[in-house]
Ligand binder design. Structure first.
Ligand SMILES: Nc1nc2c(ncn2[C@@H]2O[C@H](COP(=O)(O)OP(=O)(O)OP(=O)(O)O)[C@@H](O)[C@H]2O)c(=O)[nH]1
Ligand SMILES: [Mg+2]
Length: 284
């Protein structure tokens, strides 16, 4: 056994092994130990199919190219696999596969992110979690140690909601985001009635599928997800709404069995860096 603890869940570690409690991979534990400074964990969470894997992969691509005033550098080769798998999928005009439900199969990112301002430099660590696992933990707290440790320990949270479903399909996306914020509130409350202090970016995804341009995401939230907006206002000290999308146009593929799949015909990322850049300004 190492005499160090897991940087995410504080469980005991066995040398060269994945954390047996939260499944943080051995490569991540090594890359964090090699840096000598504690990283900032960031949660990118939302229901299955909301676009977490696409958002994170595209964020890594933009960071690696230094778009929008932020620059990111992977801290070890394992950090590149999520980025690579998204780019390979998009090159084939496909979206990536859904994330497996088991935490030991998740891809993790450890990236050094620097901004234009001096001193604005953080090591950011985030796993690409499966939506079902997040839902399971919200419905049944302590059932998923990785999700619990991540929400309990993160320095910032990105909460995703599918804009098409927010508008068309009732309250499912709004309720999921609200459940997540209530869970965060319960886990992170320092004193009764004090608001949660970590920055929370609320991102409406797949805005490319939405016909009307959205001038002000906060106005959109107030009109289309009023209960979520109110919860943020009452319980979060630092929050901001954003809209994001990766596709410029999408097509529908129909296979022989009649199954339809959406495919990206053109990649045109928007609103991907902005939530992250805002969070960077909020981190201390
Ligand atoms: N048009 C459009 N579709 C998107 C976008 N992002 C994701 N999608 C669609 O949403 C699907 C799910 O995206 P993922 O990133 O795999 O979703 P996820 O949140 O990682 O889902 P789980 O892995 O199941 O938790 C994709 O296969 C695409 O069809 C986007 O920006 N624009
Ligand atoms: Mg995924």
């Amino acid at each position: 056994m190492y005499n160090i603890l897991c940087p995410l869940c504080a469980g005991h570690l066995y040398e060269g092994e994945v954390c047996r409690s939260c499944y943080a991979p051995a490569e991540l534990i090594e890359s964090i130990a090699a840096r000598g400074k504690p990283p900032r964990f960031v949660g990118v969470l939302g229901p299955s199919g909301v676009g977490k894997t696409v958002y994170l992969g595209m964020l890594l691509d933009l960071l690696s190219r230094g778009v929008g005033g932020l620059h990111g550098m992977a801290r070890s080769p394992f950090s590149l696999s999520l980025h690579r798998s998204l780019i390979l999928a998009l090159e084939k005009q496909r979206f990536p596969d859904k994330t497996p439900n088991e935490p030991d199969r998740w891809q993790w990112v450890h990236c050094e992110v620097s901004g234009t301002k001096r001193g604005q430099e953080f090591d950011v660590v985030t796993p690409d979690v499966a939506g079902e696992a997040v839902m399971a933990e919200l419905d049944n707290p302590r059932s998923n140690k990785t999700v619990r440790a991540l929400i309990g320990r993160c320095s910032a949270l990105v909460v995703l909601a599918d804009i098409v479903q927010v508008v068309a399909d009732g309250q499912g996306q709004e309720l999921f985001a609200m459940q997540l914020i209530s869970y965060l509130d319960t886990l992170r409350q320092t004193a009764k009635k004090r608001k949660v202090e970590i920055p929370v970016a609320l991102v409406f995804t797949k805005v490319d599928l939405f016909e009307e341009p959205i001038k002000d995401p906060e106005d959109f939230a107030r009109a289309n997800a009023p209960a979520l907006w109110k919860l943020c206002e009452t319980r979060l000290q630092h929050y901001k709404f954003f809209c994001s999308g990766v596709a410029g146009s999408v097509g529908k593929l129909v296979d022989r069995s009649g199954q339809e799949t959406l495919v990206p015909l053109r990649v045109e990322p928007r609103g991907i860096i902005e939530p992250f850049a805002w969070m960077m300004t909020q981190l201390r």
